[in-house]
Design a protein around this ligand. Structure first.
Ligand code: P5A
Length: 445
């Protein structure tokens, strides 16, 4: 993309309404624009990152054997009356009446809708196990939407639902989700720690939240510092292997790590004092096992091998896709702007032409742009007639992990400059080597 033809409405001033870095930076970098309290338009740069995150989630869900689909945002109230949650959900549910006077709602989550789909088509244990998921907008009429996309009213969520014959099978589905979530967050450059949590309005007492540690996080968390040493890495996992998935659960959840809702001071005090930590965290996902809560209320049953009709065991699993942008920025920024992890960056590399209009510099930038694109990379070429300082400031603000700077002086010696956004370190190399290096960096991502 050439910046002169892109739509990147960066702001010079710091918006007064933004209280935390990620919100400020998303507004300043022209990623989002508020349309109403807690509701945002995703401008091209923000949309690009949103799609990158969504794509990682899709890949990791499908790697785990979960099946993508799409359900609507608007739902009929009838299903929620069946489960008993229509009244329970309270003011957070946005209720709508259509022209025929039918009660509708903008879905805050989809347990009811998916259970209805399941019971309409599945009747035998032979069709299990089954995990369906979608990535769709949700609406929760939060009393205090704040911090931009972090606590929105309309937000983008991946929500998955498993249907199993037995509790054991459903717990395997739970473990599969835990593994796939760990992988997903790491690919986004994040450490998200699974912590024992509370079921809230979704229900179930077996649930973990995934938290990214950050001072601006809304949850208070208590943990054994050893949990921050754990990484999933690129180990191979067989998602059908029950013991392997259970092993990962034990590895990542056996130490003390809890949100304030489930915190137990006495248990926490058993952790050696030097390892006890109290901090704040951003909840970027939650997984639940809730047994037959919805299947019994909504009559979602299958016939087992003894010809008995039994309710299925279920769980649901959510990732806050739009919230993740905020969480990633909270975890990775400096006073100049965002620093995108390579896995989610909107463009792989920026090209800064120090002297637009200079034949040699223009030609070198064009050549770089072509070679990078030919390798399947996605560069952002700042081809505007602007001061070098302004171009650098924009690149730093929007946070591309790598920048190639091209100017007449370097070109005389046959070199361009490759700069790492995170460390600020630069090296001079030939344009060919710079392209090769960028390609190598992204080869495994
Ligand atoms: C699991 C999937 C559920 O809704 N039902 C379907 C279960 N879980 S949850 O924890 O309530 O939400 C899942 C994740 O969505 C994100 N999230 C939000 N993001 C932005 N703004 C909000 N107002 C908001 N509410 C929830 C969180 O990341 C949460 O973990």
């Amino acid at each position: 993309m050439r910046l002169s033809r892109y739509f990147l409405p960066v702001l010079k001033e710091t918006p007064a309404e933004a209280q935390i870095a990620s919100h400020r930076l998303m507004l300043r970098a022209g990623m989002i624009k508020q349309s109403a309290a807690g509701i945002y338009s995703w401008l091209p740069l923000g949309f690009k990152v949103l799609k990158k995150i969504e794509n990682i989630v899709h890949e990791e869900q499908q790697r785990a054997g979960h099946i993508p689909m799409l359900m609507p945002t608007l739902q009929s109230a009838d299903l929620w009356r069946e489960s008993g949650r229509y009244d329970d959900y309270g003011e957070e549910m946005l209720r709508i009446t259509d022209r025929h006077g039918r009660d509708m709602l903008y879905g805050p989550t989809n347990e009811e809708l998916i259970t209805d789909i399941f019971r309409s088509y599945v009747g035998s244990y032979k069709d299990l196990p089954l995990t369906l998921y979608h990535i769709q907008w949700k609406f929760r009429d939060e009393i205090r939407p704040r911090f931009g996309v972090m606590r929105g009213r309309e937000f983008y969520m991946k929500d998955g639902y498993n249907f199993d014959l037995t509790k054991e099978d459903a717990l395997h589905a739970y473990n599969r989700h835990l593994v796939s979530y760990l992988r997903s967050y790491e690919r986004m450059g994040l450490q998200a720690i699974p912590m024992r949590a509370d079921g809230g309005p979704i229900g179930g007492d077996y649930t973990h939240e995934f938290l990214v540690l950050a001072e601006t996080g809304e949850s208070e968390v208590f943990y054994d510092s050893e949990v921050t040493d754990l990484t999933f890495g690129d180990r191979e996992i067989d998602y059908d292997n029950v013991e392997q998935c259970q092993g990962v659960l034990e590895e990542f959840t056996s130490r003390y790590a809890r949100t304030d809702e489930t915190h137990e001071e006495a248990l926490f005090n058993e952790v050696p004092e030097e390892r006890r930590r109290t901090a704040r965290g951003i909840e970027v996902g939650q997984i639940f096992y809730f047994g037959t809560k919805y299947s019994e209320a909504m009559n979602a049953t299958v016939v087992n091998d003894k010809q008995e009709r039994v309710p299925v065991h279920m769980g649901s699993h959510g990732i806050g896709v739009s919230r993740l942008l905020g969480a990633i920025i909270e975890a990775s920024h400096d006073d100049k702007g965002i620093i995108w992890p390579e896995g989610v960056t909107p463009f792989h590399v920026g090209i800064v032409n120090l002297k637009q209009g200079d034949d040699e510099a223009d030609a070198a930038c064009e050549a770089l742009y072509k070679s990078l694109t030919a390798l399947g990379l996605d560069p952002l070429y700042d081809d505007r007639k602007e001061r070098a300082g302004g171009k650098f400031a924009t690149m730093d603000l929007i946070g591309l992990p790598w920048r190639i700077t091209v100017g007449p002086r370097g070109l005389k010696n046959g070199v361009v400059e490759l700069t790492c956004r995170k460390t600020g370190e630069s090296e001079e190399l030939s344009p060919e080597l710079a392209v090769q290096k960028v390609a190598e960096i992204y080869a495994g991502i």
